[in-house]
Design a protein around this ligand. Structure first.
Ligand code: EPZ
Length: 419
């Protein structure tokens, strides 16, 4: 079990390139199942979650692997797809694998995918995914923990989601590309990862209009071709690296991202007192004065992202005054709070609101990672704490951050991984 050791106090400065987006990559790997040809994805982050999705694609019969000679590219060819069943032991490792359901249903007319079950941050049901696929004519059954979906022929329909779901929107969008007729998705998620998926499906021959808005129209086509695509930079990793620069009073430039997809995050950093500069592919944060308290409420895009909530809270533990963070997307996403308290933070939680009273300093201590973004929040806090912090269970971090300690070390952090 790896651990990460951090000696806090260094002001981070310098330039670092963000890796490709984990969440875009996972959706695009599922979309590859729809293609009648090879799909090549570039700028892919080498993450545990990507490896898990590769195993799932192989279990379905597709050929899927890192490209020869280019360690950041994937080659996926679904030609040999012969097994429309995604096994429990893989799906339970990563909920995003549920996104193979729509493509398998569209391609085979049937699919069997394990119910992903809950995870640390919440129950995370998939009822909206199933409601959407049923609206396209699928018959859905639950059988011993598996979702069995069958549809002699998917046909276009109207899907009105009861709530905003990113992977639900992506799952239904993918199925609708090969359905007969037109599909209207209402209350669609507007995340950049939905927009990127729609763009790639379009390049494969799909007819999709309105992605990025809450009404998306998909006109079904006969087949989709292979495609080559370079994945956009990871907006959450970039936000995490900027939060590290902010909390240490540093000067950090993150390249390889689109700040236009980070506006709500950058706005919060400005409210906290940071000076932010952006151009088309770079965001720079400089922090000279004291951290200012603020109120943040997580919401679907373009609101403040729930995936940045722990990282922002870590910064606010050292603000001059009291802040409030409201987590509206997931019901149990404050597990970083007790660990931040171990570092000396003064936080009280009531329901979906966390009240953070700024303290003059944090003190390093051993802490426990519980989920991907909570771990990132602990690392951000540890970088500003006095003394040594040990973050245990870093496999959570490796799911979503490629070589996080190398990136932070390049910015001047005293951080290393201990096997
Ligand atoms: C995606 O998960 C991301 N994962 C999450 O990132 C992110 O936190 C989340 O979107 C919200 O932005 C990937 O893209 C792989 P949702 P997703 O469906 O799509 C409820 C990370 O750290 N809901 O938008 O699964 C759900 O319980 C991960 O990279 C239903 O009730 O999230 C949640 O409360 C963590 N029924 C809310 O909607 C459904 O059928 C939003 O979830 C689906 C969702």
């Amino acid at each position: 079990m790896d651990r990460i050791l951090i000696r806090g106090g260094a002001r981070l400065s310098g330039e670092i390139r963000a890796s490709g987006s984990k969440n875009s990559t996972l959706a695009l790997m599922a979309a590859a199942l729809l293609a009648d040809g090879e799909v090549i994805l570039r700028n892919v982050p080498r993450l545990r979650d990507v490896e898990t999705m590769l195993e799932i694609l192989r279990a379905l019969g597709a050929s899927a692997d890192w490209a020869e000679g280019d360690e950041q590219s994937l080659r996926i060819d679904p030609a040999a797809l012969n097994q429309p069943e995604a096994p429990y032991d893989l799906v339970r490792k990563m909920r995003a694998s549920f996104m193979v359901l729509g493509p398998l249903l569209a391609r085979f007319g049937s699919a069997r995918v394990s119910e992903p079950g809950g995870c640390a941050i919440g129950v995370r049901p998939v009822d909206q995914h199933l409601k959407g696929l049923a609206a396209l004519g699928a018959k859905i059954q639950l059988d011993h923990g598996y979702v069995e979906a069958t549809a002699a022929e998917l046909r276009g329909g109207r899907v009105a989601f009861d709530l905003t779901t990113v992977n639900g929107t992506q799952n239904v969008m993918m199925a609708a590309t090969l359905a007969r007729g037109e599909t209207l998705i209402e209350n669609a998620a507007r995340e950049p990862e939905v927009v990127e998926l729609a763009a790639v499906l379009g390049a494969m021959g799909a007819e999709i209009e309105g992605a990025g808005g809450d009404r998306v129209v998909i006109r079904g086509v006969e087949s989709l071709s292979g495609v080559e695509h370079t994945v956009t930079g990871d907006r959450i990793e970039a936000g995490t690296l900027l939060a590290a620069g902010l909390v240490t009073g540093g000067d950090v430039r993150v390249t390889g991202v689109k700040p236009v997809f980070m506006e709500s995050t950058l706005e919060k950093f400005r409210e906290a007192g940071a000076d932010i500069e952006t151009d088309e592919g770079t965001a720079r944060i400089r922090m000279a004065g004291p951290l200012q308290p603020l109120r943040a409420v997580t919401a679907p895009f373009p609101g403040f992202p729930t995936d940045m909530q722990a990282q922002l809270m870590a910064v606010l533990t050292l603000a001059e005054g009291s802040s409030v963070v409201v987590e509206q997307v997931f019901e149990n996403r404050f597990m970083h709070v007790p660990e931040l308290q171990r570092l000396g933070a003064d936080i009280s939680v009531s329901g979906r609101s966390a009240h953070i009273r700024g303290v003059p300093r944090l003190m390093g201590a051993p802490v426990m990672a519980t989920d991907l973004r909570a771990s990132a929040g602990l690392i951000v806090a540890a970088l500003a704490a006095e003394g040594d912090t040990v973050v245990n269970r870093v496999y959570h971090i490796d799911r979503g951050y490629e070589r996080i300690e190398a990136k932070l070390r390049a910015l001047g952090a005293e951080i290393e991984r201990e096997k």
